[in-house]
Design a binder for this molecule. Structure first.
Ligand code: HSE
Length: 410
């Protein structure tokens, strides 16, 4: 069976490598040879073992009836969207690692795939090499999913781990992550939480059955986290992680958010370190379920993409019914209508007065003391998010208090 690959970056070249490395067993599993006929990229790759397969014109792939599967590893939602749509319309199955594409246009593309009786697979779009998409819509299909909480971005987890374990500064850790091929082309999507936002929107859509628009996920990144915050977390028996979470409420509404959080050392996610991702979910039949593995990087991500290729090759016609429909008006519960505990760190010239003020504002809080001069830090009770700014404003009203930062507490 002939396949074509769009994009020869980290993941695309990994797909070539995995197919060539495991060619014999892949062919045996599929029951026929998987042959990479074309690789589409704007750059030249004269040193590639498949240097003769490179092309620059997508219409060659689109119009070649021999190509049955198109792998999309280019990323972004501009030309990747166009090519994937055209590939599906031309009756080819598509396997993509592109979370931006799936989070934004998934629903529309699944409809085209169904109409054309081909498959659109996207196992690598969330959690890199971790099997999470198929488990969610297939193995856990009998469950009413209650909540999902995960570390879904390898780059930020790598950076935070370096900060926690090695006292390394943010920029140095980011450069290392980029060098290792974990980060997006523009790492803003990683460090500002946008990548994790796309991934949790995909998981929320699959878990709760209706499209969850990534624009509606409250998203905050890790760029303002300092080594001092890391120290406060440690004193609170926690670590700071970028946590993506989604939850269904008893009235059926669903919320989703991405933000740095204090995660207790007793929570399994606290042990997910480096480029690893972890997803902890709760189903009403299965109970708690944890998924763990390499969340980014060339071969782990390619592992998931090539598994999709194998599945698509074995099942050339549409087999997967994704359990999600269009979104509905009242499906999403805005973040402002949820509640969370917060770590609040403030500068103050008067510690005892600051404590008294906090006592007046919050009915309950815990102090965290790392012997930092002129600083007062607390973990609050659960606060309704819509009231949160009020509390911060009230604190800042005192001329001896200035709120430095706040971080959610899981
Ligand atoms: N930049 C992404 C990450 C790649 O760091 O997790 C995998 O999606």
């Amino acid at each position: 069976m002939k396949i074509a690959i769009i994009g020869h970056g980290v993941v695309g070249s990994g797909v070539v490598e995995v197919i060539l490395k495991n060619q014999k067993l892949i062919n045996e599993r599929v029951g026929q040879d998987i042959d990479i006929k074309y690789i589409l990229d704007i750059k030249e790759f004269p040193d590639s073992p498949l240097s003769d397969r490179f092309i620059k014109d997508f219409s060659i792939i689109e119009n070649d009836p021999e190509v049955k599967i198109v792998v999309e590893t280019a990323g972004g939602a501009t030309f990747a969207y166009d090519y994937v749509k055209r590939a599906l319309k031309a009756g080819k199955s598509v396997c993509t690692s592109n979370k931006e594409l799936v989070a934004r246009y998934g629903y529309e593309l699944f409809e085209i795939a169904k109409e054309k009786n081909v498959n659109l697979f996207f196992e690598a779009s969330v959690g890199g090499g971790i099997p999470i998409i198929r488990p969610l819509y297939q193995c856990l299909a009998a469950n009413d999913i209650i909540d999902i909480c995960g570390i879904l971005n390898g780059t930020t987890n790598f950076i935070l781990t370096k900060m926690i374990k090695e006292n390394m500064d943010f920029q140095k850790a980011l450069s290392l992550a980029q060098k290792n091929g974990y980060a997006e082309q523009d790492p803003t999507a990683d460090v500002e939480g946008i990548d994790a936002c796309r991934k949790i929107s995909i998981l929320a859509s699959l878990a709760f059955g209706k499209y969850f628009d990534p624009e509606k996920v409250y998203t905050k990144g890790i760029t303002k986290i300092t080594l001092k915050d890391v120290e406060y977390a440690e004193k609170y028996n926690s670590v700071i992680k970028l946590i993506a979470r989604t939850k269904k409420y008893p009235d059926g509404k669903v919320s989703a958010a991405v933000s740095p959080c204090f995660v207790s050392n007793e929570n399994q996610l606290s042990n997910v370190e480096g480029v690893f991702n972890g997803v902890l979910l709760n189903g009403n039949a299965v109970g708690e379920c944890m998924f763990y593995g390499s969340g980014a990087g060339k071969l782990p991500t390619a592992s998931a993409v090539v598994a999709d290729v194998i599945d698509a090759a074995i099942h050339p016609t549409h087999i997967k019914n994704l359990f999600y429909t269009k979104s509905e008006e009242d499906f999403i519960l805005p973040y402002e209508e949820t509640s969370e505990k917060f770590f609040i760190r403030m500068k103050t010239s008067d510690l005892s007065q600051a404590e008294k003020v906090c006592g007046d504002i919050f009915s309950n809080f815990e102090k965290i003391d790392i012997n930092e001069k002129d600083e007062f830090a607390i973990v609050t009770e659960e606060i309704n998010i819509k009231d949160f700014d009020n509390y911060i404003n009230k604190l800042n009203e005192y001329n001896f208090i200035e709120v430095i930062t706040y971080i959610s507490v899981l």
